[in-house]
Design a protein around this ligand. Structure first.
Ligand code: API
Length: 291
């Protein structure tokens, strides 16, 4: 079966975007892994699938698959590409656009310069919001902890803020983003047994109260050049810790994002770039993909 796809990126976080409205797309973890593979496939951090909605107020359903094949709740850089794709492919002229994600609705507005603002939806800070297991901790410990101290298997101990932007984030402050132990600590945090659904691991360097550097070791994808929900989680965690104030300019390795937070809702603004379109024979790809 042949699928038309569009390759896009949001500040270097790259995606394969599929129209599941006018095409019959049955996504599986195996197909997502094959598509995302940098050598045997097309190559991407995530696969984005546009579908007809089930929510009465949504224009479309927005589904996200990581490079490891896992389906996840949200993708911020992907949301900006999603709305640009919907407009460019003339799937809809609605602007703002309402998209249905796993935890509800998000609102997307494409501006004349093709930057996009996304109202990111639900933001939560409890351990449950990121499936962080505290069943062995006393209620006193839980009440005290807004920053969680976590020993890692390599002997390091990290101080994590937990933020749910529909998807789970654990963010820490570092002094120097270039020297941050992203490759060493990232996988250990991502797959730490306390995170029952794994987690995205953010590393923040505060430059001033309205500007940070950020790197993210993403759940199911490894370190990416940028992470939109990670930028939101970092900004909100910094604001709640009294280190930052809205709006926050987030410098990622792939470019800059602007995060506004009013204590209730988060609005992220940044670019969305179309790179190329193509056709892929998904059955042939999966058959040639090394098992
Ligand atoms: N790796 C993330 C999904 C993609 C998030 C990121 N690419 C973004 O822009 O928010 C997760 O497993 O929750």
């Amino acid at each position: 079966m042949k699928w038309h796809f569009t390759k896009m990126h949001g500040v270097g976080n790259d995606f394969i975007v599929l129209d599941g409205v006018r095409q019959s797309i049955q996504m599986t973890p195996e197909r997502a892994r094959a598509l995302a593979h940098r050598h045997f496939g097309i190559g991407a951090d995530q696969i984005l699938l546009v579908e007809d909605p089930s929510h009465p107020e949504a224009h479309f359903r927005y589904r996200i698959f990581n490079a490891d094949g896992s389906e996840v709740e949200h993708c911020g850089n992907g949301a900006r590409c999603f709305v640009r794709f919907v407009h460019e492919q003339k799937l809809s002229g609605h602007n703002p656009l309402k998209a249905e994600i796993a935890t509800g609705l998000i609102t997307l507005t494409e501006h004349d310069d093709h930057t996009v603002s996304v109202e990111m939806g639900q933001t939560r800070f409890s351990p449950e919001a990121v499936a962080f297991d505290v069943s062995d901790l006393s209620s006193k410990q839980i009440a005290q902890d807004t920053v969680w101290t976590l020993p890692l298997d390599n002997g390091d101990t990290v101080a994590l803020s937990l933020v749910g932007i529909s998807n789970p984030h654990a963010v820490q402050i570092v002094d120097d983003i270039q020297a941050a132990p992203v490759e060493e600590q990232g996988p250990l945090i991502e797959s730490h047994p306390r995170f029952k659904n794994r987690v995205n691991a953010g590393f923040i360097q505060v430059l001033n109260p309205q500007e940070i550097n950020l790197r993210v070791y993403e759940r199911g994808a490894g370190e990416t050049l940028a992470c939109g929900t990670g930028a939101c989680a970092a900004a909100v965690a910094g604001i709640r810790r009294g280190l930052l104030q809205s709006p926050v300019l987030v410098h990622t390795r792939g470019g800059d994002l602007s995060i506004h937070y009013d204590g209730q809702s988060i609005v992220m603004t940044g670019p969305a770039t179309t790179v190329f379109e193509g056709i892929v024979d998904i059955d042939a790809l999966v058959n040639t993909f090394p098992k």
